[in-house]
Ligand binder design. Sequence first.
Ligand code: THR
Ligand code: THR
Lengths: 158, 158
Amino acid sequence: EGFVIRAVELNRSEGKITLDGVRDTPGMVSHLFQEMAGRNIDVNLIVQNSGPAGDAHVTFTVRREQLEAARTACEAVREKLGATAVEADANIATVSVIGVGMRSHTDVAARMFAALARANVNIDLISTSEIEIECVVRESEACRAHQALLQEFHPELE
Amino acid sequence: EGFVIRAVELNRSEGKITLDGVRDTPGMVSHLFQEMAGRNIDVNLIVQNSGPAGDAHVTFTVRREQLEAARTACEAVREKLGATAVEADANIATVSVIGVGMRSHTDVAARMFAALARANVNIDLISTSEIEIECVVRESEACRAHQALLQEFHPELE
Ligand SMILES: C[C@@H](O)[C@H](N)C(=O)O
Ligand SMILES: C[C@@H](O)[C@H](N)C(=O)O
């Protein structure tokens, strides 16, 4: 498969915002993130899935000190987005596996998720890109999750 | 904000699989991706959001030639995952904005989503990492989406 693991990372400084029932029509997330930009809220992870019923589920992370400001911003646009609910959650951590040449993520993902499962860590959110797989877990499980991944990918990280 | 746009990419060679109602307990996505690994299915994007009712929504992309094999694999584990539905969709395209130093994605995301909105492109799925924002759109809107992003980020790409 040709990929090489470069790093395993832990981020405990964020909170997440979830919007449910966002109207699945053009312009909705544009409006949401224009609002974040206008209020100088720094967004890190953004994940969106679409439901079968014309609604979408959007989650994003911010530094914890900006969590309340982000929630306020979302409440301001909630109606325009058609969102049924806005929730803020400060008790998260993110663990990431970073590599190069990750054309296929299957093996890395299988190993990462298996390591977390063996540590009995529940995966709240998954986001990927060409070089990274990120999982959001409960803050209370952060250390266990991080240790599990360091152990799994230890050989390659030497 | 200190980030630099490096590339705008288009990928028209994938399909996506969506599993609804996956049990939100440890071990579920591990089982799913062990199955993919065991059948040599190459997975690219993976996105998961969790619902309020102990269920999760998992979507992943594969090359179109592997879409049916991926769907078959998911059907094989569907019951064990508690998934209510498995859907395969060949008619997608992915547009990505890649940069470095993207500590905050807010401005890039706002610009990317605004450009897609102006082109009346609907965003089906969003996935992010430190250096990349990826949006899945309809295959039929691929060109329009790609053009909109090239136009928006043109200055930085020179
Ligand atoms: C849900 C949201 O992403 C919507 N589809 C949009 O394009 O803005
Ligand atoms: C939904 C799925 O990600 C589950 N939470 C798991 O950890 O496997």
